[in-house]
Design a protein around this ligand. Structure first.
Ligand code: HEM
Length: 382
C-alpha cells in the first residue's frame, strides 16, 4: 500500500456522490439528534454545556457510516473513537513544550516512543477490530454470491479497490492509519461548525422565526421518513447565509498555517525564507469593510443573502476553507451536514443561551473554539 491521495479519493468517491449519500446522511443525523438531544428534553427544557463534545458524537454518526460502512457505524465504541480521536490528539499537542529548547516536540516524542502515552493507540485498536469485521464479512459474502455480490458503498471499500488490497492479506495497521487521516480532517472541523452555528442561533433568538418559516416551507418536500430530496437543500437560502456568517466569524486570530517549500519574495519586496511557517492574520480580511460590507465585526446572519455566494463558496473574503488548489475538498459535504442538522434543530426546538447573553468564542491563544457555555434546548409545542 503506497501513499494515498486523500483529496482525490474523497472527491472521486464521496463528494461527487453527495446526492447518493444524502439520504443516509440525513437518516444518521436524525437518529443521532434523537439519541443525544431529543431523548434528554422529553420532560422539559434542558441545559447542555460544552456543545462541542456532543457535536463530535452527532457528526461521527454519518461520517463513520460513510467511511467504514452502515454495519460497523452502529457500534457505540466506533462512534466514540470517531468522536474522540481528534480531540485526544489536540489535547496531546497542547502539552507545554518543556523540552523544546533541546529539540522541538521532544517531550511528546518521548511519551509516544516510550509507550507512556499515545492517545491514538486505543482508537486505532478499535478501528482495526471493526475493519477486520468488515473484511471478514466482505470476503464471506463475495465467496457466497460471486459476481452477483453487491459491493457496500463506503470509503473503506473504495480504498480497498483503489489500492488493489488483497483481502486475504491485509496490513490492518496501515489501513487503519489511512482511515484515521479522514477522521482527522473531518470530525473536529465539522463539529466546530455545528457547535458555533448552534451557539450563534442560541445567542440571536430574534432570527429564529424567520429561519423556522423557511425550514417549514422546505420541509414540505420531505418524504414520510423526514428525508429531503437533495435539491431541497438549495432552497435553504436564509439558513445557508446564517451558516456562512457563522463560519465567517469563526474567530481565529491566526489561521491557515502553511510551510514554505522554497524562498519566496512578495511584489513589495517582503522576503520569506524556506521552511518557515506563515499564518494569516484573520482580522486583516475579516474586519475589512471593503471586503465584508458594513459592520464587518457584527454577526449579521442574512448578510450573504442574494449575493450568489453559498456557505461553501470560497473567495478572497472568505477563506475558512482555505483557497486555491488545496482548498478544503470536504466543504460541500460539511455545509450539507450542517444544514441538515440545523434544519432539524430549527424545526423541533427553541434554543437560548443559559446566560441570556450573546456568547462569543473561547480563545486559546490565537485559536478560537466554540463556547462551552450552556445552551437551553426545549421542544417546540404543537
Ligand atoms: C466546517 C468544516 C471544515 C472546515 C472549516 C475545513 C477547513 C479546511 C482548511 C482550512 C483546509 C486547508 C486548506 C488550505 O490549505 O488552503 C482544509 C483542507 C482539507 N480538508 Fe477540510 N474543512 C472542513 C471539513 C472537512 C471535511 C468534512 C473533510 C473530509 C471528509 C475535509 C477534508 C479535507 C482535506 C482532505 C483537506 C486537504 C486538502 C489538500 O491538501 O488538498 N474537510 N480543510
Amino acid at each position: 500500500m503506497g501513499l494515498m491521495n486523500v483529496p482525490k479519493l474523497l472527491k472521486d468517491h464521496i463528494f461527487c456522490k453527495l446526492n447518493f449519500y444524502s439520504e443516509r446522511i440525513q437518516k444518521c443525523l436524525h437518529s443521532a439528534t434523537q439519541k443525544y438531544i431529543d431523548a434528554n428534553v422529553h420532560d422539559g427544557p434542558k441545559v447542555f454545556n460544552n456543545m462541542y463534545f456532543l457535536m463530535t458524537k452527532i457528526i461521527s454518526t454519518p461520517i463513520s457510516n460513510n467511511i467504514i460502512g452502515e454495519e460497523e457505524s452502529k457500534y457505540d465504541e466506533v462512534i466514540t473513537t470517531f468522536a474522540e480521536f481528534t480531540s485526544d490528539l489536540l489535547t496531546f499537542s497542547k502539552i507545554p513544550p518543556f523540552l523544546n529548547f533541546f529539540y522541538p516536540g521532544l517531550l511528546n516524542r518521548i511519551l509516544v516512543s516510550s509507550g507512556l502515552y499515545n492517545p491514538a493507540i486505543k482508537h486505532k485498536n478499535v478501528l482495526i477490530k471493526h475493519i477486520k469485521n468488515q473484511v471478514c464479512n466482505r470476503l464471506q459474502e463475495k465467496a457466497k454470491y460471486g459476481d452477483s455480490w453487491k459491493r457496500p458503498d463506503d470509503l473503506l471499500q473504495d480504498i480497498i479497490e483503489q489500492e488493489n488490497i488483497d483481502l486475504n492479506n491485509v496490513n490492518y495497521l496501515v489501513l487503519a492509519d489511512k482511515i484515521l487521516v479522514f477522521l482527522y480532517a473531518s470530525i473536529h472541523t465539522t463539529s466546530n461548525g455545528f457547535a458555533n452555528c448552534l451557539m450563534d442561533l442560541a445567542s440571536h433568538p430574534q432570527y429564529m422565526q424567520e429561519l423556522f418559516e423557511e425550514q417549514l416551507e422546505v420541509h414540505k418536500e420531505a418524504d414520510e421518513n423526514d428525508v429531503l430530496p437533495f435539491e431541497a437543500f438549495d432552497n435553504m437560502k436564509k439558513l445557508d447565509s446564517f451558516i456562512r456568517e457563522s463560519l465567517r466569524l469563526t474567530g481565529h486570530i491566526l489561521a491557515l498555517d502553511h510551510s514554505l517549500l522554497k524562498d519566496y519574495t512578495f511584489s513589495n519586496g517582503l522576503q520569506l525564507p524556506k521552511d518557515h511557517t506563515v499564518k494569516i492574520y484573520v482580522d486583516d480580511y475579516c474586519q475589512d469593510e471593503l471586503l465584508q460590507g458594513p459592520n464587518p465585526k457584527s454577526f449579521e446572519p442574512f448578510r450573504h443573502l442574494d449575493k450568489n455566494v453559498s456557505a461553501s463558496k470560497i473567495s478572497k473574503n472568505f477563506i475558512i476553507f482555505g483557497g486555491g488548489k488545496h482548498a478544503c475538498p470536504g466543504r460541500h459535504f460539511a455545509v450539507n451536514e450542517i444544514k441538515c442538522f440545523m434544519h432539524n434543530i430549527i424545526l423541533k426546538y427553541n434554543i437560548y443561551t443559559e446566560s441570556g447573553k450573546i456568547e462569543g468564542r473561547k480563545m486559546y491563544g490565537p485559536t478560537a473554539h466554540p463556547s462551552s457555555s450552556g445552551i437551553i434546548i426545549e421542544k417546540r409545542s404543537g
